[in-house]
Design a protein around this ligand. Structure first.
Ligand SMILES: C[S@@+](CC[C@H](N)C(=O)[O-])C[C@H]1O[C@@H](n2cnc3c(N)ncnc32)[C@H](O)[C@@H]1O
Length: 258
C-alpha cells in the first residue's frame, strides 16, 4: 500500500506527483475522472479519414486514452510522474504549461481540456493557447467547475470528504470558472462554446457508494451550477473574424450529438 501523501495547500499541483500511481485505480482518488473522461469522449468527433491529431491539455495520467480512436493522442501536463503514466497508456506525452504550448498554430484537429481549467491561474492564456493550436473547423471540448456556492459545497466541502469525490485540497474554489466568462474567452478566438451541466447518475452513484459497481455514468442536467461540459467548433475564419458571439452562434447548427 502507498504511504499517506503529504498534506498540500489547495490546488498545489505537486499532489498529482504524490498520487501518480493512483491514476488508473477505478476506486482511487481519481475515480470520478474516469467517469468524466468517458462522458467527455462522447463529444469528440470521429477522426478524419487517414487520422487526425488530438491535444489533451492537462492530460494527467492519460485517462482519456481508451476513448480516443483514430487520432494521434498528444497530452501536455506539468506533472512528470503523471506524464510517464500517460505515456505508458499510449499518449504522446509532452511536459508543458497549458498557457504556453510548444505547438504550431492550427496543428490539432481536436483540443480537449478536461478538468484543468479550474486549476489554472492564467485562464485567459490557457484558453488562448488551446484555441491557437486548434485548426479552423476543429473542435474544442472541455469540462470544468462553475464558480458558484453550490459547486463549492458539492465539490469541496462535501465532495472532498466522500469516496467518489475529488482528493482533499484538490481545488481552490477561487479558480472555478464562470461559464459566461469561458464562453466570452472562447468567442474571442472564434469558438462558440455550447455548455451543459453534468452530474453522476444517481442510481449508479449509489451503487458505487455501496461498493456494488465501479462505473458511474455522467448524465446531463438542466443546471450549470456545478460541473459542466463545453463543446464548440472553431470558426473557419478565426482568429480575427471580428464576429460577435451572436454571429458565431448563428453560424453553427449546434453542438455535435453526444
Ligand atoms: C484534475 S486533473 C485532470 C487530468 C485529466 N485531464 C483527466 O481528466 O483525467 C488536472 C491536471 O491538470 C494538470 N495541470 C494543472 N495546471 C496545469 C498547467 N498550467 N499546465 C499543464 N497542466 C496543468 C495537473 O498536473 C493535472 O494532471
Amino acid at each position: 500500500m502507498s504511504p499517506e501523501p503529504p498534506r498540500r495547500a489547495p490546488n498545489d499541483l505537486r499532489q498529482y506527483d504524490d498520487l501518480a500511481d493512483r491514476w488508473w485505480d477505478p476506486l482511487g482518488p481519481f475515480c470520478s475522472l474516469h467517469w468524466l473522461a468517458r462522458s467527455r469522449a462522447q463529444l469528440i468527433p470521429p477522426a478524419p479519414a487517414g487520422g487526425g491529431r488530438l491535444l489533451d491539455v492537462g492530460c494527467g495520467g492519460g485517462l482519456l486514452a481508451p476513448h480516443v480512436h483514430g487520432y494521434e493522442h498528444v497530452g501536455v501536463d506539468l506533472s512528470e510522474p503523471g506524464l510517464a503514466v500517460a505515456e505508458a497508456h499510449g499518449v504522446h506525452a509532452v511536459k508543458a504549461d497549458a498557457a504556453d504550448l510548444p505547438f504550431a498554430d492550427a496543428s490539432f484537429d481536436v483540443v480537449v481540456a478536461g478538468e484543468i481549467l479550474e486549476h489554472v491561474t492564467d485562464l485567459e492564456g490557457t484558453v488562448a493557447e488551446a484555441l491557437r493550436v486548434l485548426r479552423p473547423g476543429g473542435t474544442f471540448v472541455c469540462d470544468t467547475i462553475n464558480q458558484t456556492p453550490l459547486a463549492r459545497l458539492v465539490l469541496v466541502t462535501i465532495g472532498e470528504r466522500i469516496h467518489g469525490g475529488p482528493p482533499p485540497a484538490c481545488h481552490d474554489p477561487a479558480l472555478f470558472v464562470d461559464p459566461a466568462r469561458l464562453q466570452a474567452l472562447c468567442a474571442r478566438h472564434g469558438v462558440t462554446l455550447w455548455v451543459h451541466g453534468i452530474r453522476p447518475a444517481a442510481r449508479a452513484f449509489a451503487g458505487f457508494a455501496l461498493g456494488r459497481s465501479q462505473r458511474v455514468e455522467m448524465v446531463r442536467t438542466g443546471s450549470l451550477a456545478a460541473v459542466y461540459q463545453g463543446v464548440g467548433v472553431k470558426d473557419a475564419g478565426a482568429p480575427g473574424t471580428g464576429r460577435t458571439p451572436a454571429e458565431h452562434a448563428a453560424g453553427h447548427a449546434g453542438p455535435p450529438a453526444a
